[in-house]
Design a protein around this ligand. Structure first.
Ligand code: SF4
Ligand code: SF4
Length: 64
C-alpha cells in the first residue's frame, strides 16, 4: 500500500517532500509524486501519514 498525490490539487509547496521518512516524494517533471515502491504509509515511523499531515490542501495526499 502507498499514498499518492492528487496533482491537480497540489500547490507544489514542497512541504511533504521533507517530512517523508521514506524519501518517497520527489519533484518529477512538473509535479510532486510519491514512489509507491518507497512509500511505507509511514508505518513504524509515525502514527499518521506525514505527507497528509503537513499538506495544506485537504485530501491531496491520499491512499492510492
Ligand atoms: S505516507 Fe509516509 S512514507 Fe508514504 S509518501 Fe507519505 S510521508 Fe512518505
Ligand atoms: S504538501 Fe501537499 S501541496 Fe505541498 S507539495 Fe506536497 S502534496 Fe503538494
Amino acid at each position: 500500500m502507498a499514498f499518492k498525490i492528487i496533482a491537480s490539487q497540489c500547490t507544489q509547496c514542497g512541504a511533504c517532500e521533507f517530512e517523508c521518512p521514506s524519501g518517497a516524494i520527489k519533484f518529477k517533471g512538473e509535479a510532486y509524486v510519491i514512489d509507491p515502491q518507497k512509500c511505507t504509509e509511514c508505518k513504524d515511523a509515525f502514527d499518521a501519514q506525514q505527507c497528509a499531515s503537513v499538506c495544506p490542501v485537504e485530501m491531496t495526499c491520499v491512499p492510492a
